[in-house]
Design a protein. Structure first.
Length: 446
């Protein structure tokens, strides 16, 4: 195999592995496809060929997963019960090979062709090689309700492929100062991106096999891989081709001024992006669940309000606002639900107090992220707590605070509409439901 593209080897074809197309019901058009820019090698799932034997790899989303609809599993996605199994042995092996491929300067093209099945817990986020590289603190990923097509190419090299095969099941929301290179958006959402110089994320509708008396390759399959390989290899080689450092020893006078101005603007932009990123970090409490939700709530209370918070490492959903000596002031139960506030969740806040051997009147709040899977807008998120749950919370001396209420309260605090000691007093003395809007807060008893 050739080594990865270098400026002195731009004319040489790249050897690219198309890995396990059969996992996605794609019958290869040939054993190899060759052009002046590349040779595509089609290999089965159990091939002994290694990713790092090639200059690049084309890999399909969900290759290592087996997703089935089921009535016996608790994870619900889009109204359907999902059963997911994955091949950990093969995933671990190929993950190491991909890292070695990146270390030698190669690329990966992730073909995004289905929704992400992430489940309610952390494990499902790591059941596929594409997921592993798209699970980052600086990148949110989301599923569309329905597949989006057509989509608009942003990079000219991808125009022919996107125009013919572009379709998106998922979209990305980068946070902080990080900006990926855009391949294609769907409206205002990023659906095709380049991460760094080596990872291409390309949304597509696949040319699956023609099912009949004899299984046949889709007539579009050859064009699909030719257009995709041409686009990826072209962009990858252009990114590699750079002026050597010694050339920049020569500067034009106006160039020096432009560089100085750029540096000042970059400093300002970085500061603004860091500020924006800090606000976006607070919003995590609206979308995450499990341990991530506990950490996100802790971040809001500590960084946002300035409280000290302890989390019980044995019972991660148990936390407390504490004083300077570490003594609990307010107990906190943190949970996420796909619907509205449930009676048993309110009861858990009371049980937390009982487990801590504190009086039944000790301040206890339930912070709950509601409608996690159902919400598609802030209006969807802003669903009232059912009166019977509010009454029950009032009866057992528990305060319900939706994560949206907590975020609204933080906004009031940052505007100076409420002080820190007032917030603490509110949490210590109130029961029922703390309902917060853009302008005010109120305590509801039913």
């Amino acid at each position: 195999m050739t080594s990865p593209a270098r400026p002195d080897r731009q004319s040489e074809p790249m050897n690219v592995l198309v890995y396990a197309p059969g996992q996605k019901n794609i019958i290869p058009p040939a054993k190899q496809l060759t052009s002046a820019a590349y040779t595509l090698h089609f290999e089965k799932y159990d091939t002994t060929k290694r990713f790092d034997d090639f200059d690049g790899v084309i890999l399909f989303q969900g290759t290592f997963e087996d997703v089935k609809k089921s009535r016996s599993y608790s994870y619900v996605d889009g109204g359907s019960f999902i059963e997911l199994n994955y091949d950990k042995d093969q995933l671990d092996r190929r993950s190491r090979e991909l890292r070695l491929l990146f270390d030698k300067g190669g690329f990966a093209c992730f073909v995004l062709c289905e929704p992400f099945y992430d489940g309610d817990g952390g494990e499902w986020r790591y059941t596929d090689l594409v997921k592993l590289y798209l699970t980052e603190n600086y990148l949110y990923r989301h599923n569309f309700d329905t597949r989006q097509s057509p989509i608009i190419p942003r990079l000219s090299e991808f125009k022919s492929f996107i125009d013919r095969f572009g379709a998106a099941e998922t979209w990305f929301d980068p946070i902080g100062g990080w900006k990926p290179r855009v391949i294609a958006p769907a409206g205002s959402n990023l659906v095709g991106i380049i991460l760094g110089r080596q990872i291409f994320c390309v949304p597509a509708q696949l040319p699956i096999e023609v099912v009949g008396r004899i299984r046949e390759s889709n007539p579009d399959t050859k064009e699909f891989f030719e257009l995709l390989a041409e686009a990826v290899v072209s962009v990858f080689k252009k990114q590699v081709l750079e002026l050597p450092d010694w050339v920049d020893a020569y500067r034009f006078a106006e160039e020096r001024g432009a560089i100085t101005q750029r540096e000042k603007l970059n400093e300002t932009l970085t500061a603004l992006e860091e500020e924006i990123a800090s606000f976006r970090r607070f919003k995590w409490i609206l979308v995450v669940s499990g341990d991530e939700l506990v950490d996100a709530v802790k971040h809001v209370l500590e960084v946002g309000f300035g409280f000290k918070v302890n989390v019980n490492e044995q019972y991660r959903e148990d936390a407390a606002i504490v004083d300077d000596t570490g003594r609990p002031i307010v107990l906190i139960e943190v949970t996420g639900v796909n619907g509205g506030v449930e009676r048993n969740k309110v009861g858990q806040a009371d049980y937390h107090r009982e487990r801590a051997e504190l009086p039944a009147t000790f301040p206890s709040i339930l912070i709950v992220n509601t409608n996690i899977k159902k919400a598609r807008s802030l209006d969807d998120k802003d669903q009232a707590v059912a009166p019977e749950q509010v009454k029950h919370a009032k009866k057992i001396d528990v305060l319900i605070v939706r994560t949206l209420d907590l975020l609204q309260l933080l906004a009031l605090y940052q505007r100076g509409a409420i002080k820190q000691d007032q917030v603490l007093e509110l949490l210590k003395t109130s029961t029922g439901w703390l309902r917060v809007t853009d302008e005010a807060w109120e305590i509801l008893a039913e």
